[in-house]
Design a protein around this ligand. Structure first.
Ligand code: PLP
Length: 394
């Protein structure tokens, strides 16, 4: 689906692309069109249903059709994972290790389901990421990597591409168009979208931002905290490609001298950052007189993305005996907390130093502890009892 001028002229590349030091690489997941198909011979077939061929390419070359709805409408989904470079002399053979890969693949599948975009199976994404990382390691063996997975609805007007609405044309198993009104065929298993994995070096500026901490603005997102449940077509809490609003909020913050944003709902609940999850900590007395830590994050049902970093941190914190809380939170809870952070897969755990210009308490020890929890890479547990309440401190 990712037809390029280059591939149209020469469908079978003579040699696979090898990125140089610090360069990125892209791996396209292309539906296997069989021996006569456009991607024939260009990679290995993954899985049986539906079959996907991997094509490793230079991301600087044109790749998307101008009609691709990921580009024309932001109609697609994505995930951003990180991969840790192998350590020590024996590490190279093991290769880069993708952090929280299962969580990211599960979230990609649920975002794609929310948008009704057919996507390759998890195993195909896993192999595509591994192929991209192997290529990346040839140029940058010691560098950590950002691994971005993207799935779009594909080109407008392509067979099976476009909108899966009642009565729309579907592609039959022989590739011919077939008219259907059967609800179960509204989302065909055919891979009519555009799919790729981009592997790039981690941006050098991120560590600095993490160390300095963040000056954050509270900004109204304009929806109340019941909007996600009332209006699922808003796609709140999905990782869709429509991030222009999130980026605009970050630019607004920058214009006010701030580094980042925490969105609030119109009824005053704390939501999330444009690219991160909010965490706060409170030091609380235990029944035995010692001090424990309660870690709290906003309610997901208010329409926020289920953060994989938050899930992993909470799993390790629970094992360490910390209490866990799941909103609802209001701005006063942030001002009253002992520490507040924005967490995400790429930036990791970044302390919030100022909120709307007011200085917040810092706790370097807790920040270090949260980063250590994140590095444990545990599978996330359940997101709280029905998303509410806190586990008592033992
Ligand atoms: N919330 C939003 C809106 C995001 O875009 C992101 C990540 O980009 C996050 C939260 C953090 O998610 P994760 O920890 O899975 O990276």
């Amino acid at each position: 689906m990712s037809a390029t001028p280059a591939s149209a002229a020469s469908p079978v590349p003579s040699a696979p692309f090898v990125p140089g030091p610090g360069e990125s690489v892209v791996v396209f997941l292309e539906p296997d069109a069989g021996p006569a198909g456009p991607a024939a011979g260009a990679g290995s077939t993954v899985g049986t249903e539906p079959a996907v061929v991997l094509r490793v390419a230079d991301p600087r070359l044109p790749a998307l059709l101008v009609t691709d709805q990921g580009a024309t409408r932001g109609d697609g989904v994505f995930e951003t994972m990180t991969a840790v470079a192998p350590a020590g002399p024996d590490g190279a053979a093991a290769g880069h290790r993708v952090r929280k890969e299962d969580s990211h693949l599960a979230r990609l599948a649920s975002s794609a389901e929310a948008l009704q975009i057919p996507v390759p199976p998890a195993e195909a994404w896993r192999r595509a990421a591994a192929a991209g990382l192997r290529a990346f390691a040839q140029g940058s063996p010691d560098a950590d990597a950002v691994v971005k997975l993207v799935a779009t609805r594909g080109p407008e007007g392509a067979p099976g591409g476009g909108h899966y609405v009642r009565g729309a044309a579907d592609v039959g198993s022989d590739g011919e168009l077939a008219e259907t009104t059967e609800p179960e065929l509204l989302v065909p298993p055919h891979l009519t979208g555009t799919y790729w994995v981009l592997v790039s070096p981690v941006s050098a500026g991120l560590a600095g931002a993490r160390e300095r901490g963040l000056r954050v603005l509270l900004l109204d997102r304009g929806f109340d905290s019941g909007a996600a449940e009332r209006a699922p077509w808003l796609l709140m809490g999905t990782k869709s490609l429509s991030y222009a609003v999130n980026m605009a909020a970050l630019r607004f913050a920058a214009s006010q001298g701030a580094d980042d944003v925490i969105f609030t709902s119109s009824d005053g609940k704390v939501l999330e950052g444009p690219t991160s999850t909010v965490l706060l900590a409170r030091r609380v007395p235990r029944p035995d007189g010692t001090e424990g830590v309660e870690l709290v994050t906003p309610l997901r049902s208010a329409g926020i993305l289920a953060g994989t970093s938050q899930g992993t941190i909470f799993a390790a914190a629970a094992q360490a005996g910390w209490a866990l809380g799941y909103g609802p939170l209001e701005p006063a809870d942030l001002f009253d907390a002992d520490a507040v952070w924005l967490v995400s897969s790429v930036r990791l755990v970044a302390p919030v130093t100022h909120l709307d210009g007011e200085e917040l308490p810092q706790d370097a020890g807790l920040t270090e502890q949260l980063n250590a929890f994140l590095a444990e890479d545990l599978a996330p547990g359940d997101h709280g009892p029905n998303g509410t309440g806190a586990t008592p401190i033992s």
